[in-house]
Design a protein around this ligand. Structure first.
Ligand code: GAP
Length: 492
C-alpha cells in the first residue's frame, strides 16, 4: 500500500468535498464552498479542536461580529501594517505577491537557500531582486511594476449614508480583544482568563492559490489566553502544566534548517518558547494533530525568524504540515504581550485593566490561531491510500470521518431495504452518524464509502432476517465480521 498525495484532489473533485464558489459565474479566486462530505469532516475537526481548546481548558467561547468599525483596526495596527508586497504587470495589470513570485523563481532554480531568505527582504530589496533576475509577468511576459504595499482588508461602508467605514475582520482575535473588558466582568473571569472563538475571517489576498491554502474567506479557530506576567503559571482547566512539559515535539529553532525532537521543557529552557502557557498551546496543537489523524512525521513546529516577528511579539511559533505544496502553516502561535488590549484602551479611551493579587495591570496574552480549511486540506492530502484496491480511498480517523457507518441492503429486495433503513434510522437516533444507500452494486457502494473515508459498511442480507446479525466491513483491511444488531447498537 502506498500513500499518494496527488490522488487527493481527484477524490475531492469527484466527490465535491470542496469546490470553487460561484461556479456558474466568472471564476473569482480564493472562495470555496464545501459539499456535504466536506461539511461533515470540517465540523468534526472543529469539534475536536473545541474539545481540547475550549472544554479541556474550561475556556469560554464567543461569537463576535465579522464586520468591525475602522477604529478597531486602527488600534490593532491592521490599517497600517496588514499588508503584503505587490507588483502588477505593466501590460495586462495582473497582480502578483512579490515575495511569492520571487520564491517560486528560486524554487524552480532549486536555490532553496535564497528561497528561504525571501521572507527577510524589504520592499526595496524585493523590487531590486525581481528586476535583477528579469522576472516578468507569468501571463503575458510583460514588465512588472514597482513593488508596493497592499492592505489585505476588505473595506466596506456601513449604513445607507455610507458615512461609517468598516472592514471585514481579517482575524477572529480582534473580537475577543474588543469584548475582553465586558466578558471579564460579566463572566466572572480571573487570571488566567481564556476566551475562544471560531469564525470566518476575510483577507483580500493578492494571488489566492493552492486551493484552501490561500483563500479570501476562511475559518479560524482562535484561543486567547490572558495572564498576569508577574505571576507563576498555573494549571488550567483539566490540564496539568508540569505533565504537558514532558511532551516531545518536532521543532525547528530559528536560524536552523532541520527539525529536532525536543521536549517542551527543553524548549523552554533554551528560550525557544517564551513561557509555560505558550508550551501549553503547542501541547494542545500536537495533541489535536494526533487526534485528527496526522502521522507525527507529517508536521513540525517552527520558531519564526526575528525578521518575521511583529514588533510587539515576544515569541512566535508556527505549526506546519507537509503537503503537495511543501510545508504549509496551519497554525500560528504568538506571545502578543499587552499590545492588543493596551492599543484598544488607547484608541477607545476606555480603561482595560484587571486586578490580580492586589495589582492593577493590562493582562498579557498568548494566542493559538488555527486555520480550519488548511487543516481539512492537509488531512485529506495526508490520508489518501492508493494501490491496494481498484479505487483510491481516504484513511480518515473515525473521529473526523464524515460518517461512522454506511448501511446497505445486499440486494434490492423490499424486506432487505426495509431492514437496512430501520437499522440506519436506529443508529442515527442513537446519535451515531450513518447513511443508507441502495443505489448501484454492493461493490460500488463499498468503493464510494471507502473513497470518503467511512470506517465501516454494514450489510443486511438474508441471514439478517433470520437471526438479526449483519456483516460489518472494515474500511482499512476490507475484512468482514458478523455481529448481532443488538451488540452493534450497544457498542456504537
Ligand atoms: N490572529 C492571528 C492570526 O490570524 P495568522 O498566522 O495570520 O494569525 C492564523 O493566521 C491561521 O489562519 C494560519 O495559520 C492559517 O491556518 C489560517 N489562514 C491565514 N490566512 C489564510 C488564508 N488566506 N487562507 C486560509 N487560511 C488562512
Amino acid at each position: 500500500m502506498e500513500k499518494n498525495e496527488s490522488k487527493a484532489m481527484s477524490i475531492v473533485s469527484r466527490r465535491g468535498i470542496f469546490y470553487q464558489s460561484f461556479g456558474i459565474y466568472k471564476e473569482i479566486g480564493g472562495f470555496y464552498d464545501y459539499g456535504p462530505v466536506g461539511v461533515r469532516i470540517r465540523r468534526n475537526i472543529e469539534n475536536a479542536w473545541r474539545r481540547l481548546f475550549v472544554d479541556m481548558l474550561q475556556a469560554i467561547e464567543i461569537e463576535s461580529s465579522s464586520i468591525m468599525p475602522e477604529a478597531v483596526f486602527e488600534a490593532s495596527g491592521h490599517l497600517s501594517t496588514f499588508t503584503d508586497p505587490m507588483t502588477k504587470c505593466k501590460v495586462c495589470n495582473t497582480p502578483y505577491r512579490a515575495d511569492k513570485l520571487l520564491e517560486s523563481f528560486y524554487e524552480k532554480k532549486h536555490d532553496y537557500k535564497s528561497m528561504e531568505e525571501v521572507k527577510k527582504l524589504s520592499l526595496e530589496e524585493l523590487d531590486r531582486k525581481i528586476r535583477e533576475h528579469g522576472i516578468k509577468c507569468e501571463k503575458c511576459g510583460g514588465e512588472l511594476g514597482k513593488v508596493e504595499k497592499f492592505n489585505l482588508m476588505f473595506q466596506l461602508k456601513i449604513g445607507p449614508t455610507g458615512s461609517e467605514t468598516g472592514y471585514l475582520r481579517p482575524e477572529t482575535a480582534q473580537g475577543i480583544f474588543v469584548d475582553f473588558r465586558d466578558l471579564f466582568k460579566t463572566q466572572g473571569l480571573k487570571m488566567p482568563a481564556l476566551i475562544a472563538q471560531v469564525g470566518k475571517s476575510y483577507r483580500n489576498e493578492i494571488s489566492p492559490r493552492q486551493q484552501l491554502v490561500r483563500m479570501r474567506e476562511f475559518t479560524q479557530m482562535e484561543l486567547e489566553l490572558f495572564f498576569d506576567p508577574e505571576e507563576e503559571e498555573k494549571d488550567i482547566g483539566f490540564i496539568e502544566l508540569e505533565k504537558v512539559l514532558d511532551t516531545k515535539i518536532s521543532f525547528i529553532k530559528s536560524g536552523e534548517e532541520e527539525a529536532i525532537k525536543a521536549s517542551l521543557k527543553e524548549l523552554l529552557e533554551s528560550k525557544s518558547i517564551p513561557n509555560k502557557y505558550f508550551a501549553l498551546l503547542l501541547y494542545l496543537e500536537n495533541r489535536l494533530m494526533q487526534e485528527i489523524g496526522f502521522d507525527e512525521k507529517a508536521y513540525r513546529f517552527r520558531e519564526l525568524e526575528k525578521e518575521e516577528l511583529p514588533h510587539y511579539s515576544k515569541g512566535n511559533v508556527d505549526l506546519e504540515v507537509n503537503t503537495e505544496y511543501g510545508f504549509i502553516e496551519v497554525a500560528g502561535n504568538a506571545y502578543r504581550t499587552d499590545y492588543d488590549l493596551s492599543s484598544h484602551a488607547r484608541v477607545s479611551g476606555v480603561e482595560i485593566t484587571v486586578v490580580n493579587n492586589g495589582r492593577k495591570f493590562v493582562p498579557h496574552v498568548v494566542e493559538a490561531s488555527m486555520g480550519l480549511d488548511r487543516l481539512l486540506f492537509s488531512i485529506i492530502e495526508n490520508s489518501v491510500v492508493s494501490g491496494d484496491r481498484e479505487w483510491d480511498w481516504l484513511r480518515l480517523k473515525e473521529s473526523i470521518a464524515p460518517y461512522k457507518y454506511a448501511v446497505f441492503p445486499l440486494q434490492k429486495d423490499d424486506k432487505l431495504l426495509k431492514k437496512a433503513r430501520e437499522l440506519a434510522k436506529m443508529l442515527v437516533e442513537k446519535g451515531v452518524s450513518a447513511y443508507y444507500s441502495d443505489s448501484g452494486s454492493i461493490g460500488k457502494r463499498y468503493a464510494k464509502a471507502d473513497e470518503i473515508g467511512v470506517p465501516y459498511c454494514i450489510t443486511i442480507d438474508y441471514q439478517t432476517l433470520e437471526d438479526d446479525t449483519v456483516t460489518i466491513r472494515n474500511r482499512d483491511d476490507s475484512k468482514q465480521i458478523r455481529k448481532g444488531i443488538a451488540e452493534l447498537l450497544s457498542s456504537s
